[in-house]
Write a protein that binds this ligand. Structure first.
Ligand SMILES: Nc1ncnc2c1ncn2[C@@H]1O[C@H](COP(=O)(O)OP(=O)(O)OP(=O)(O)O)[C@@H](O)[C@H]1O
Length: 388
């Protein structure tokens, strides 16, 4: 049995009011805050449903969440960062507000940007900032919408539910309408294909509507205080229904490393606030797309002998190389494009020649017609002339 511990307070009766009204309340609130602060946060990962049955089995496996990322270590534009922090604070303190406006206490974030720009780091920073658990939902592991619902009902409040690379998880992209049309066309040609597909679909599919229901549905009102995060490298591929405001309330672009983001990394990795090489780096980063992950990798000292200056020089070389590669790539792309255009032009000319040839043939034939027509006309004129 849990040991019950207590403290005995002795005080003069003149302090009775202060003690009962203020002090005890303060102690209770501090106690709760300490419990929250010391709570070990967890990272949950969903189990495939064949492992759900049996003794002690669960839908989610968990490990202790110990990612060190924070908003201080996150390299991005400071105003943008501040905006996100304020948004999170407003959300986490918004219980009454959400109740007042009649909305479930949840918020959706869409994080998009190229690989290595810090989407995962941002999620970790959010969880650390708010002291929330993370549910890393692997959609392809869920067999269908019912399983998805059962998984979500088991999530607890004060949590971030993450679906990474949503564009790869399922066929939830803007392509679905085109694909449906294609399928319809195929079915018209081969009705048997419909049946085969039906079986396939029922064996494993979380659908777009299932996912939308997951975001909007009634379940999300149970317990509240949940953040839903989708990440993607290709925001333009996603179905607009999935990311419209109200579902994904805040869209956050994680972009290539700018000078401000670089300064955060330089401070974190090298403990340097300013350096004469900063101006060169600022200039180079303006012209070159480099992810914070690449910048960080170059800034990290690889041996005891590498000091801040060596690492900054290393970074300058890396950006220059990246710039050269980008230029070469752009030139190659331009060359291929020009080649393609030239080929298309030639094909069009050949097509024109063919058209000209067949036209010439027609003209020869039509020429005969014209002669014939002329004859007819001549006759008519003659006749008219006679009539006249
Ligand atoms: N904005 C950033 N601030 C600080 N570190 C970053 C940032 N972006 C990337 N990094 C560093 O690069 C590593 C990879 O970044 P991260 O996994 O967060 O990127 P990602 O955008 O989620 O990539 P992917 O799309 O491939 O999952 C991180 O561990 C971190 O060290």
């Amino acid at each position: 049995m849990e040991e019950k511990r207590y403290y005995k307070l002795t005080f003069h009766k003149s302090h009775r009011e202060t003690l009962c009204e203020k002090y005890i309340n303060h102690v209770l609130q501090e106690g709760k805050a300490i419990t929250v602060r010391n709570r070990q946060r967890k990272l949950y990962i969903n189990n495939p449903s064949q492992n759900w049955g049996g003794y002690r089995s669960t839908k989610w496996n968990h490990v202790t969440f110990e990612h060190p990322a924070s908003f201080d270590t996150l390299a991005m534009d400071s105003k943008k960062k501040e905006g996100i922090i304020n948004d999170l604070i407003k959300f986490s303190e918004g219980k009454e507000y959400y109740a007042k406006i009649g909305k479930a206490w949840k918020r959706g974030y869409l994080l998009y940007g190229p690989p290595g720009t810090g989407k995962s780091s941002m999620i970790a920073a959010m969880a650390n900032y708010l002291n929330y658990d993370i549910y890393d939902l692997e959609l392809t592991t869920a067999k269908d919408n019912t399983e998805l619902r059962r998984l979500l009902i088991e999530t607890t409040s004060k949590s971030i539910i993450v679906i990474e690379d949503i564009d790869c998880s399922l066929d939830l992209t803007g392509q679905r309408k085109k694909k449906k049309q294609q399928e319809k066309d195929e079915e018209k040609k081969d009705p048997a294909s419909k049946m085969a597909k039906g079986e396939e679909e029922s064996s494993s599919k979380v659908t777009l509507s299932g996912l939308l229901n997951f975001i909007d549905g009634l379940w999300s009102a149970c317990g509240g205080e949940r953040i839903i995060v989708f990440t993607t490298n290709y925001v333009e591929k996603l179905d607009p229904a999935l990311i419209r405001r109200g579902r994904m309330d805040k869209h956050i672009e994680m972009s290539y490393c700018g000078f401000e983001a670089f300064k955060v990394l330089a401070k974190n990795y090298l403990d340097v606030d300013s350096h004469e090489l900063f101006a060169t780096i600022d200039h180079l980063l303006e012209e070159t797309d480099m992810t914070p992950a690449d910048v960080a990798e170059n800034l990290m000292p690889k041996s005891q002998n590498e000091d801040a200056e060596t690492c900054l020089k290393k970074l300058i070389e890396a950006i220059k190389t990246a710039k050269e590669e980008a230029t070469k790539k752009a030139e190659e792309e331009a060359r291929l494009k020009a080649e393609k255009e030239e080929k298309e032009k030639q094909e069009a000319t050949q097509e024109d020649v063919k058209v000209d040839e067949s036209l010439a043939k027609d003209v020869v034939e039509n020429g005969v017609d014209v002669v014939k027509d002329d004859k007819t006309l001549g006759n008519e004129v003659k006749e008219n002339g006679v009539t006249a």
